[in-house]
Design a protein around this ligand. Sequence first.
Ligand code: NAD
Ligand code: DAU
Length: 352
Amino acid sequence: MTILVTGAAGFIGSNFVLDWFKQYSEDVVSLDLLTYAGNRENLSALESNPKHHFVWGNISDSKLVDALLKKYHIRAIIHFAAESHVDRSILSPDDFVQTNILGTYRLLESARLYWQNLNQTLKETFRFIHVSTDEVYGSLSASESAFTEKHRYEPRSPYSSSKAASDLMAHAWFCTYGLPVITTNCSNNYGPYQFPEKLIPLCILNALKGKSLPIYGDGKQIRDWLYVKDHCGAIFKILNNGRIGETYNIGGMNEKTNLEVVQSICDILDQFKPKVDGKSYFDQVTFIKDRPGHDKRYAIDAKKIQSELNWKAQEPFEAGLRKTVLWYLDNQDWVDHIFTGEYQQWIKKQYL
Ligand code: NAD
Ligand code: DAU
């Protein structure tokens, strides 16, 4: 049998598929629309692997998805595909509604129709893992406790509200039809293959190009950072042993302000790629206009996944960040290919 991974050419999806083949021998169908954020190069290590089947397509294309589910005898769907960048959602929310809400709806329907016709044993073992975000819970003040799975939904951006809608539908498909859905709500990921529109890769690459490191507002917003491989490890555990109909929060218990994160990136670059003038990359920090509706703080309480599935983040932030910075330094070809017309246009629209 085979698993279907949507959004497999994106940041987390590609790390997931690469890590899958380090542990398992089961086939993977990678379905991806290859939007600006999707990059086939992320999966190039698997090009000659006969167990990996890349399909260029849209999760909303029900005919295509129905055919893939049947052809490959899919036993689980890991649903990463999404529009994922908050700033883009503020400038143009339409794609977020199309993919995150309507696309997830179509995928759930394809999964349901396929699953209903499976025999009883296959029906019981089938899984739909809906990968979502901590942003659905909204923004915490400094003194509030971290998000548990019971925290109310209070999304505040077009991105997080579209993900919240998809979470609610996924859960409804479990309650109403019995589709074996499990939802995950994870905190900020970092690591290799992240598209440089997000804070960490943007700052690494801007620093190296001598450009400014743009900090929104006062830079005191807090995120709970998790190394991407730890997120993938959590999803493996949930796929294998998670309880259907449940939600699992995934996080690093690693809260940092944006300024602390950028300081750490600069310290690593100062060590591994010192500037010729002897100054620190941190001098390139520039404070710019804040993100509208900027969420102040996210923090995940990951006790449930820890106690039920014995999962805990393994990678300490300093070590994970060093690996990440070195990955970008060592993968100049990948970086060069990202700097396409679309990326330049985005940078102009958002920062100039
Ligand atoms: P990403 O933007 O890097 O990748 C998204 C992928 O989905 C891309 O390859 C894109 O081509 C593909 N895609 C977009 N629309 C599609 C469609 N209609 N059909 C098929 N493929 C499509 O995103 P990411 O950071 O890897 O996030 C993956 C998932 O994890 C998302 O659902 C996101 O909400 C969630 N998540 C991300 C983070 C994070 O910190 N990055 C944290 C928690 C949850
Ligand atoms: O919490 C999980 C979420 O984390 C995921 O669901 C999203 O897909 C992912 O993009 C991420 O969302 P954020 O908005 O937290 O990530 P981003 O990297 O865009 O921003 C991190 C913080 O840094 C945030 O407080 C905004 C700030 N920032 C970001 C950029 C791009 C800046 O100060 N300057 C910037 O240029």
